[in-house]
Write a protein of this length. Structure first.
Length: 117
């Protein structure tokens, strides 16, 4: 595979991952909006409900997942910039090439498996 082919494959992997995370982010935002709208005007005492988690806990959990998705989007943008400046695939720890299998599994990886441990 040529350098251009490798760059194109990396950009494709990153673009696919970007679309997946954007879809996840949209779903989480919709969930969060739905939770907030469902609780408006409600005087439910979910803090003392023995039947499971509270609404506040569920909202916090979705908010945490949303924040993680936003971090992933930032990581994808940084990885795309590394593809463009030709540093993508080089370990930031030791400088060696990151294994192709690792980049396929984690397209935003910045360190080889040895340095990541």
């Amino acid at each position: 595979m040529t350098g251009d082919d490798e760059r194109a494959a990396a950009l494709t992997r990153l673009a696919v991952r970007h679309l997946e995370v954007v879809a996840l982010e949209a779903s989480l935002i919709a969930d969060l909006i739905g939770m907030v709208e469902a609780s408006v005007g409600s005087n439910a005492d979910d803090e003392h409900d023995p039947e499971g988690s509270t609404l506040a806990f569920e909202r916090a959990q979705v908010q945490s997942l949303l924040e993680h998705a936003q971090v992933l989007l930032a990581d994808i943008s940084l990885a795309m910039a590394r593809v463009n400046d030709h540093s993508y695939g080089s370990c930031t720890g030791c400088g060696k090439q990151i294994a192709e299998e690792r980049l396929e599994a984690r397209p935003t990886a910045t360190r080889c498996i040895h340095c990541a441990r």
